[in-house]
Design a protein around this ligand. Structure first.
Ligand SMILES: [Zn+2]
Length: 477
């Protein structure tokens, strides 16, 4: 059975043929660690996780590399404005290194809560400055760079294939870039490889280089890190849909001009998850919902994961609390079924599978259908529909159902077989808790039921400051 993936470069689904089977090199653009990840970001990482799991399920050996942007990502993606990490650190009176480490930890924590597989290699931008400087030197030697008063830039006019993946045509890209055009740049789409510190104030994160003290542009880290660990070309590069217009074309330009070889064979992009106001969820707009928000409102991280499986990864969609509630109920039913708990009523369509005439057993038939769905550009909505159909099918024994679901969970990653996960037992035994804390816990529970989440949050902080862990029970069970 073949795996088909939609390639943003060719704009079509392609049969996946690894360069060096069974090994697969996979690169994921990682987070910029200056704030919590919002659920729109996390949806992209759920997609990345499914991709990694599907590759493993197909028997490939995956080396997945993820960068951590802890320097150089400016508030304007076209290398204008302020460094997001430095700015956030300044606002909070924190050290930029501490701040980025803190948000990297919270990101990893979110990944653990969502049961997302860890990349094989995590690499911080700040740990690869010499690699980035060397890559810029190569580009300079080959004549692709020029200097302005604020940095070293890549001359996109020297690379005729620039922007081959973008959905905008060349004119559109020029127009988009013109909005924040720096007059010293030769072309609007040119981008910074190395930025000088022009503020006159010493930055917390800066390094010496052949061009002077400064810091790398945002895009060069991904070229340097992927070259360091995967070489080129490698198999698959992933990211969110907004990377398609600027960040990824810039990565391609850097790597392909420096090496004369293709960067990656397949480029996969996940759609956005917007808030209900239909605005892209973004940290800078402050309209974002974090995983903590969901947990505080009683949702299981696995329910969020199941929610995202209801939408194809390439589709941009609007987040809905109502749909998340439905996913929470569905997740609870699914877990109870797998745990062999009675009283699970399943309200799904009657299975449309005929008695198989293919020589396969019914179980094999289901298994092959499941593989078809996930191998069809990771079609999780259809895979999940099949899961419900399978559970409902009275021709299959419960023990067969449970063992196959357990196998499918290697892809779903929903922790179906682990002990009932929600509510997680309190780490602090209630009997050992002072009366005062127990009272505060009860009061907080009451506030949550009354949906007074701000007051409940404040109380949680207070309880945690007193050294007690607060783990919520889902509200809607
Ligand atoms: Zn990247």
């Amino acid at each position: 059975m073949f795996l088909y993936l939609y390639n943003s470069l060719s704009r079509q689904k392609e049969k996946f043929v690894p360069i060096n089977p069974p090994s697969v090199g996979l690169y994921t653009c990682g987070p910029t660690v200056y704030n919590f990840a919002h659920i729109g970001n996390l949806r992209t990482y759920v997609f990345n996780d499914v991709l990694q799991r599907v590759l493993l399920y197909n028997g490939y050996k995956v080396t997945r590399v993820m960068n951590i942007t802890d320097v150089g990502h400016l508030t304007g993606d076209r290398d204008m404005g302020m460094d997001k990490v430095e700015e956030a650190a300044k606002e909070r009176g924190m050290n930029a290194w501490e701040l980025s480490n803190y948000y990297l930890d919270t990101f990893k924590n979110d990944m653990r809560k969502l049961n997302l597989l860890s990349p094989t290699i995590w690499e911080k931008a700040t740990d690869t400055i010499p690699d980035q400087v060397n890559l810029i030197k190569t580009l300079e030697e080959k004549g692709y760079t020029y200097k302005t008063s604020d940095g070293i830039y890549f001359d996109t006019s020297k690379y005729p294939e620039y922007g081959k993946m973008s959905s905008l045509d060349k004119k559109g890209m020029r127009e988009a870039a013109r909005m924040d055009f720096n007059k010293e740049r030769k072309n609007p789409s040119d981008f910074a490889l190395w930025k000088f510190n022009v503020t006159g104030k010493k930055r917390q994160m800066e390094w010496g280089s052949p061009w002077g003290i400064g810091f790398p542009g945002w895009h060069i880290e991904c070229s340097a890190i992927s070259l360091k660990h995967l070489g080129n070309p490698f198999d698959i590069h992933t990211g969110a849909i907004d990377h398609k217009e600027t960040h990824h074309p810039n990565e391609i330009a850097q790597t392909e001009c420096a090496t004369g070889r293709k960067m990656a064979n397949l480029w996969l992009h996940a759609g956005f998850l917007n808030t209900q106001s239909e605005e892209k969820m973004s940290k800078s707009k402050g309209n974002f919902i974090t995983l903590r928000t969901l947990i505080d409102r009683g949702f299981d991280p696995m329910a969020f994961k199941l929610y995202t499986y209801g939408i194809h990864y390439r589709q941009t969609s609007n987040f809905s609390w109502h749909a998340l509630e439905a996913a929470q109920k569905a997740y609870t039913r699914l877990c109870r079924f797998v745990m062999g708990k009675p009283g699970v009523s399943l309200n799904v369509d009657t299975p449309d599978l005929n008695t198989p005439e293919s020589g396969l057993t019914l179980i094999e038939e289901y298994n092959s259908l499941f593989a078809n769905k996930i191998n069809d550009d990771l079609n999780m909505p259809k895979a999940i529909a099949l899961v419900w159909m399978f559970i409902k099918d009275e021709r299959v024994s419960n023990s067969d159902k449970m063992s196959l679901l357990e196998k499918w969970d290697e892809v779903l990653g929903l922790q179906l077989k682990s002990e009932i996960r929600s509510p997680k037992s309190q780490k602090n035994s209630k009997s050992q808790m002072p009366k005062e804390i127990r009272g505060m816990m009860r009061e907080r529970e009451k506030l949550r039921k009354e949906k007074k989440f701000d007051e409940a949050d404040a109380l949680r902080e207070k309880i945690m400051k007193l050294g007690y862990d607060v783990v919520d029970k889902p509200l809607i069970l």
